[in-house]
Design a protein. Sequence first.
Length: 385
Amino acid sequence: MLTMLGIIIGVGSVVLMTSIGASVEGLILGQVSSLGAKSMIIVPGSDDGAAQAKGFDNLKMDDVEAMRGLTTVSDVAPVIFANDTVSYGREESKPMTMGVTPEFFRNQSIDIGVGRLLDANDDEGAKFIANIGPDTAEDLFGDVDPIGKRIKILDRTFTVVGVMEPLGTQFFQNADDRVYIPFSVARQITGQSYINYATMTATDDLDIANEDVTTLIRQRHRIRNPDNDPTKDDFVVRTAAQANDILGSVSLGLTLFLSAIASISLLVGGIGIMNIMLVAVSERTREIGLRKAVGARKQDILLQFLFEAVLLTVIGGLIGVIASVFIAFLLSQIISGILSGYTFALSIPSVLLALFVAAGTGLIFGIYPARRASNLSPIEALRYE
């Protein structure tokens, strides 16, 4: 068992890391798909980190109105953050408070659970009403029905008209701890002339819509960018497909990095196998001499010790796989309570590859001890004390 421990840890770590990576990738894909395959977002700032800090106010409502005139996108929904402590009586909470238009709910596939959604009349009339997420409702009201109750945001009083359906976690943020107020009201109480970002939906081809929005905003912001260099823009357009690719690449890179680190344990385990097999050759020298004396050939001794080395690593690999699958399943049950949509996933090719590598490790590190055993002289081996 001590000999196999390095292999168990190595194989187990690789399988565990790939399982977690597959679960995270599934979580990301689920979150992206929940937004819709044709969803888009535009945020101020550039892909250049330095420009991001100073370009937070680049997008104006005039830009939003211009995008609404495009035929390749629909439901352009600007968003303003009005983050502040939200209170009801003595109860306080700090959810993400967002000024939105009704189109935002369609773009993000957000449904109402109790009450009603904010509509166009609420935005046009600048009504001080709010939709709240289920977690915010629980923090402020507990078991009390929040519909019709009045909450305070930025020292203004809002009437709760609806509680959202649970969304869970979206891009590692709690989407159930939010407050939505009419966009016009958010502009009024914050005095903000710019938007924090806008969502929209492509009416047909996503790439064409992306190109149209990018070209339009470049023209409006007088940006010459014939090379299509994103660092020259003062805005960023992202589609659901791009977000999926980016997050998937990050997840894959992280999984490969952690698996590479875990693979070091396989190397350590292989060296342990070689050491213990060398000790076995010394301890079984008389046995080897006896086998050769009764007719065992050189390749018989070689195969015997190679088989034992491979058997040790395969058994260790199987134990590692079983242990890691159990741990990965247990972790998925715990994490799913924190990140909704996180489910247990197992990469069968990774399991098979880990077992193959384990067997290969035993084969490689078992060759030297096996050759040493097969090359022993039977006469000298029988006289060995």
